[in-house]
Design a protein around this ligand. Structure first.
Ligand code: NAD
Ligand code: UDP
Length: 322
């Protein structure tokens, strides 16, 4: 803990009512922190954090990070940004603004308060990668003006801002490159593959496979992801990242569909739909740095994580029929 910190760290989580943010808020509260959750509910609802509201160490604030924020905090987890193509393509200009203006505002806050700040960057900075698995030194292969660019280039610029505030203003930064993460509280209608396949199967609908399903992803369970982010935040001064946080177990999207239907025990018809443009063909993190620098690696295997996610959706029929 930093010397200027209060007995209990005051932690700001932007995007705190989102999928990842809500799990992070829970874990931070469990660690004894005071948590200020800031969100404009662009791609989430209060429901994700409703159960935290009675906790006196938890505060929920509606705020758009593209506007300045004046609060006193010791640590900032900067997660605010729509993360799924359906959400970030709904208002692409706002998506870029959120990454760029939002990061400037949160970095300004970190500069004024001396808070340590962590950016939730993404594997999308690698684009459709030509290097496999992706190492942090790889600069990426990104379309600057396609339909994913508002997100990919927005996050790349956010990384630039983080490193420039660090070099120019000595802001204490940590940059995590998050790879596909799944688990309870994923938004049922945001089009992400794990929630899509689970919700489609539980609803009795056909499974939509984009392209021929041979594209790969590596899926990290949310508890492991939150662990990695907290370890990075707690890492020694001078460890800035970027550091890949993800699960290196790579599978094809078709194999994922088979796992989901096998676990639910109900085979569904597969419908093939066109592959969206700029959809990366392979993605898998090299997590050597996370292992060596943070002593972190994922612990949850895919079947265990999928079973927990399926259980969540079974227990929330309102979310299945959203
Ligand atoms: P999410 O959409 O569930 O959460 C994002 C949250 O940010 C939402 O609650 C949304 O309302 C909020 N938000 C959006 N714009 C905002 C703004 N201008 N001001 C305030 N709040 C705003 O997505 P998630 O999966 O929880 O992702 C969280 C972060 O992690 C994002 O920055 C995302 O880019 C990053 N990430 C996630 C994944 C993943 O697989 N889940 C992968 C890579 C990176
Ligand atoms: N995908 C699919 N069917 C779906 C949703 C997604 O085949 O119903 C594919 C998508 O084209 C991509 C992969 O699954 O190749 C992961 O998609 P997601 O949106 O979850 O993550 P991202 O593409 O951002 O990694």
């Amino acid at each position: 803990m930093k010397s200027h910190m209060h007995l209990r760290p005051r932690v700001l989580v932007t995007g705190g009512s989102g999928f990842l943010g809500s799990h992070l808020c829970e874990r931070l509260l469990a660690s004894g922190a005071e948590v200020l959750c800031v969100d404009n509910f662009f791609s989430s609802t209060r429901e994700n954090v409703e159960h935290l509201l009675p906790n006196p160490r938890f505060e929920l604030m509606r705020h758009d990070v593209t506007f300045p924020l004046f609060v006193e905090v010791d640590e900032i987890y900067h997660l605010a940004c729509p993360a799924s193509p359906i959400h970030y393509q709904r208002d692409p200009v706002q998506t870029t603004k959120t990454s760029v203006h939002g990061s400037i505002n949160m970095l300004g806050l970190a500069k004024r308060t001396g808070a340590r700040i962590l950016l939730a960057s993404t594997s999308e900075v690698y684009g459709d990668p030509e290097v496999h698995p992706q190492v942090e030194e790889y600069w990426g292969h990104v379309n600057p003006n396609g339909i994913r660019s508002c997100y990919d280039e927005g996050k790349r610029c956010a990384e630039t801002l983080f490193f420039d505030y660090h070099r120019q203003n000595q802001v204490d930064i940590k940059v995590a490159r998050i790879f596909n993460t799944y688990g309870p509280r994923m938004h049922p209608n945001d089009g992400r593959v794990v929630s899509n396949f689970i919700v489609q199967t539980l609803r009795g609908d056909s499974i939509t496979l984009y392209g021929d399903g041979s594209q790969t992803r590596s899926f990290c369970y949310v508890d492991d992801q939150v662990d990695g982010l907290m370890k990075l935040m707690g890492s020694p001064d001078g460890v800035t990242g970027p550091i890949n946080i993800g699960n290196p177990n790579e599978i094809t999207v078709r194999q994922l569909a088979e796992r989901v239907t096998a676990l639910i025990g109900d085979a569904r018809e597969i419908i093939f739909e066109p592959l969206p443009s700029d959809d990366p063909t392979r993605r898998c993190p090299d997590i050597t740095k996370a292992r060596e620098i943070l002593g972190w690696e994922p612990k949850t295997d895919l079947d265990t994580g999928l079973a927990a996610t399926i259980e969540y959706f079974k227990n929330h029929p309102d979310r299945v029929n959203w």
